[in-house]
Write a protein that binds this ligand. Sequence first.
Ligand SMILES: N[C@@H](CCC(=O)N[C@@H](CS)C(=O)NCC(=O)O)C(=O)O
Length: 266
Amino acid sequence: MSWACPWAHRTIIVRKLKKLDAVIGMTVADPIRDDRGWAFREGPGHSLDPINGFHFLSEAYRATDPAYRGRVTVPVLWDTVTKRIVSNSDDDLMRMFNSAFNRFTDSTLDLYPEALRKDIDVLNDFIYENVNDGVYRAGFATSQAVYEKAVRRLFDALDQLETRLTTRRYLFGRQFVETDWRLFVTLVRFDAVYHGHFKCNIRRIADYPSLFGYLKDLYQTDGIADTVNFDHIKRHYYVTHDDINPTRIVPLGPDQDLRAPHGRER
Ligand SMILES: N[C@@H](CCC(=O)N[C@@H](CS)C(=O)NCC(=O)O)C(=O)O
């Protein structure tokens, strides 16, 4: 996995919430990705691959399918017994961690409760289209029109989510579900990278009272702060995307305290 990647981050959060740390191992890639792709190296917050000694994640894909020519992405779940990748889909991994390992944990948390599934799927799609992927569509746009369309859709969606979160603590009420964490991974990166690097700068999350309180609330949930590595997040985006930030300068801000009181219980 990579601490930088929002899709990897979601799966790590479910692993953490379901207390599967001791059951499912984790190897962190170097946040700086060059044309050889994700790499395992010794460094602050990342390491060599202790399982297979792979230097690049591409080796895991090739070991699984020698004919694979697709993108080499994080996250992947590697099976140490069959020595192949089980899945590289973060959607599927979140669901697997939520329910397929229940024999190995005493956590009874269910992030995809039966009664809410239809509504969760609808809101997941809305958040993916407009927010999770929206920031990328804005950031990698190469025409003014495409950029503007993505940013307007993104902020329309954030405005709607702000309203929704003004009358309830989490997206579906008193208990968080997977959708909250799917949104969290974009919100927590927003002011640090998407606002500047991806030019999503109509407002900051800190300018939205409910969204900012909600972000702090989720960040302060047991174990979650340990999954947020701003050093990896900022260095990954600002140093890896040469076309957007050729100087590779990593900005110092923002000066924000996600541990400050959020008042969301009220
Ligand atoms: N696995 C995700 C996609 C994950 C993804 O796009 N990860 C990015 C990092 S944020 C990545 O690994 N990019 C590498 C590349 O495109 O070469 C999915 O199920 O759609």
